[in-house]
Design a protein around this ligand. Structure first.
Ligand SMILES: C[S@@+](CC[C@H](N)C(=O)[O-])C[C@H]1O[C@@H](n2cnc3c(N)ncnc32)[C@H](O)[C@@H]1O
Length: 261
């Protein structure tokens, strides 16, 4: 791993390119490695489905510019899956199909978050992705790795309608695009697209009163207390804070909540 001081200006310039002109372009091996270096400090810091950036193209993995910025990497999602597994092992599940909980990755992107939760918890995963270009690459990648995730090109609300509540251990991954919700003031979760409070209300409505778990990605600078405000009435279970790679305000944090019915 490089010990050179990191050039964060180059990161922000590259980020703008990946979310702009390269948004729906499948990145080359060189671009994937560059993304790994600029975001995580070394090429293989970008690793999804257990496959580091240097091996991705050889293994048939295709990632769009936007997904490389938006994804949650192995080193972040695996500890979240471990924390959730520990929490759920300590609490007996309840509900009509208590021992057969579902995982719903509502904003699939690469599908890497659902992939790790499904593997760690040995559960079936249902995923929704609305952008046909992202869906196409995620479909390709999940096929390449032999994943059994059920991925649908659809709006997350349609997926919720298809998935009646089974268990208090049902888990929803909530990672909507940030867009203008991410600014110098921090991340405002009430301004994501769609806003997090709206997504949580949709989840609640789909559950007929049965509580569930929610995993959410945020960052290390939350604007307007919007995480606590979005989850008002929910129970905070855990926060997983990966070692920061970028300047304050640009690093990811993950949170687990119990959402009441
Ligand atoms: C931040 S990314 C998710 C990243 C993902 N967790 C990963 O690890 O790669 C958000 C994704 O949600 C998709 N999306 C946006 N609105 C959606 C909606 N209404 N329903 C389903 N997917 C949506 C976007 O196309 C984008 O790919």
């Amino acid at each position: 791993m490089s010990t050179q001081p990191r050039d964060h200006t180059a990161y922000f310039t590259f980020r703008d390119q990946l979310l702009g002109p390269l948004r729906t372009t499948v990145l080359s091996s060189q671009q994937l490695c560059e993304a790994g270096r600029l975001i995580y400090g070394h090429a293989d810091g970008l690793s999804l489905y257990g496959i580091p950036a240097t091996d991705m193209v050889a293994k048939g993995i295709a990632l769009l510019g936007r997904t490389v910025i938006e994804c949650s990497i192995d080193a972040y999602t695996a500890p979240v899956a471990d924390a959730l597994a520990e929490l759920q092992a300590a609490t007996p599940p309840q509900g009509p199909d208590a021992d057969n909980p579902l995982i719903a990755d509502l904003f699939c992107g690469s599908g890497n978050f659902g992939y790790h939760l499904g593997r760690r918890l040995t559960r079936p995963v249902h995923a929704a992705e609305l952008d046909p270009a992202v869906f196409g690459t995620a479909r390709n990648n999940l096929d390449r790795i032999g994943s059994t995730i059920t991925l649908t090109l659809t709006d997350y609300r349609d997926l919720l309608r298809e998935l009646p509540a089974r268990s208090t251990h049902d888990t929803y991954v909530v990672e909507p695009p940030w867009g203008p919700a991410f600014s110098a003031a921090g991340l405002d979760l009430t301004r994501t697209s769609p806003p997090v409070p709206e997504i949580l209300a949709d989840i609640r409505r789909s559950r007929g009163g049965l509580p569930c778990h929610v995993a959410i990605k945020a960052n290390d600078q939350i604007a307007h207390d919007s995480l606590a405000r979005s989850f008002s009435g929910a129970r905070h279970l855990a926060t997983i804070t990966p070692a920061p790679c970028l300047p304050h305000g640009a690093n990811m944090d993950f949170h687990l909540y119990e959402l009441q019915g």
